[in-house]
Structures are given as C-alpha cells and as structure tokens.
Design a protein. Structure first.
Length: 73
C-alpha cells in the first residue's frame, strides 16, 4: 500500500483504513481479535457486520444491544 501511494504521489496524504468484522466474532475471526490492536495498527474505521441477524424484533433487539454497548474497548 505504501509503495502504491508513493507511486501516486500520495505518500504523505492521510487516508483511512477500514476493517469489516463483528464484535461477536461470528462473522469473521480476525487476528488480532482485539479492536484496540487494529487501532494501533492504523485502522481508522470498524464496520460492524451483522449478516446473520434475523429480521424482526429479535434482530432489532440485537442491533440496539450492540449500539448501546458502544465502541469496543
């Protein structure tokens, strides 16, 4: 990534790094599994993926639970 950005003249320009995962570990098993380690590695966005949540009240309750939990610490 660094080489490509240098070739494009963007070596010093800021950019975001996105990881798509889920805080429950169901969707994807990442290594490292701790969000803080991803932050230390330069990840700027964590996209919470909820592909398996059921439609309806049960799924909505899980979305609310995760939102209320806030960012992983």
């Amino acid at each position: 990534m660094r080489q490509r950005r240098e070739a494009l003249g963007l070596a010093d320009a800021p950019y975001d790094v996105v990881v798509e995962a889920d805080s429950t570990g169901e969707f994807v098993q990442l290594s490292p599994s701790e969000p803080a380690a991803w932050e230390a590695a330069g990840v700027t966005w964590w996209v919470e993926s909820w592909w398996s949540l059921p439609r309806g009240p049960e799924g909505l309750a899980e979305v609310r639970r995760r939102v209320q939990a806030g960012p992983p610490s």
